[in-house]
Design a protein around this ligand. Sequence first.
Ligand code: SAM
Length: 288
Amino acid sequence: MSDMCKNWSTWLKKTRFSYMNDVQIQQTLNWLMNIKNIVLDMADLKENQKIADFGCGSGLLGFGILERFQDRVELIFSDKFQDCLDECQNILKNSKIKNNVKFLKSDIYDIKLENNYLDRALTRSVLVHVLNKQQAFNELYRVLKPQGIYCAFEPIISQNTRYYELLIPDEASDYFDFKKAEMEFMSNPDDPLVNFSAQSLDLNMQEAGFSDVLVNVQKVTSKYSPTTEAIQNWFITPPAPNQKTMKERFMEYFDEKKVDNYIEEVKLALSKREIRVCSDTALIKAIK
Ligand SMILES: C[S@@+](CC[C@H](N)C(=O)[O-])C[C@H]1O[C@@H](n2cnc3c(N)ncnc32)[C@H](O)[C@@H]1O
């Protein structure tokens, strides 16, 4: 298991940017600000509401709400992990912004709030890290008031461009073995990152009892020329704390020498050209 990242606050501050240059980091931050605004606009937030940012991490959505409403809403920063709540608490302390904020350490499977408490429940890239999406939606439904709204943004990683799609078979000595392995682990039902689609999220929310379920999928395409260093980092950067890197995933099928050889072949092939990478994202809205 990679020891590059032990907790979520480190992953959010450092690890996720580790394979990017300054321009890409700035583009990613701009993209995150844009996503934040889209989710908050979609949620139809109003003064005096009780609002929670579940899986708040370093507070992307929560601080966006604070900027808009300060102490005119009751805002809950909630996360399963204390390091994330500590991070948000520190930011809040230094900001001196007027607020009516509570911190709630809760697993999304078992939210420490009474039934029908919230007007709004929001998540951004949280369900993608949760194995049992149905259980999470059941809890989100339980803690919302009737007519309460759930809004979210989630990446649909199972639809991402795969490495083997970026190569032509002649460019890797064991191309078909690696293609088979990648196809298998990218559809593993026991891996929270890939065990869902836009359709399954829609069905899960309906099953939980939500009405007017909207899952709006957008395809994001980027074209760029990766450096060998960036490609190396794709393979060794964990997608979440305590989650296996791509290299470790391939090493469940092949020995390290064979995986390292594949990585070198991918570097050689892709660093010579512009690549086109696609990923699906979902904007979600549902009403209790
Ligand atoms: C990719 S981060 C997103 C953080 C933040 N929402 C944002 O938009 O930057 C995923 C977050 O989900 C939280 N998380 C993961 N599993 C969780 C669970 N079972 N219950 C609650 N939070 C969870 C993590 O602690 C982390 O803060």
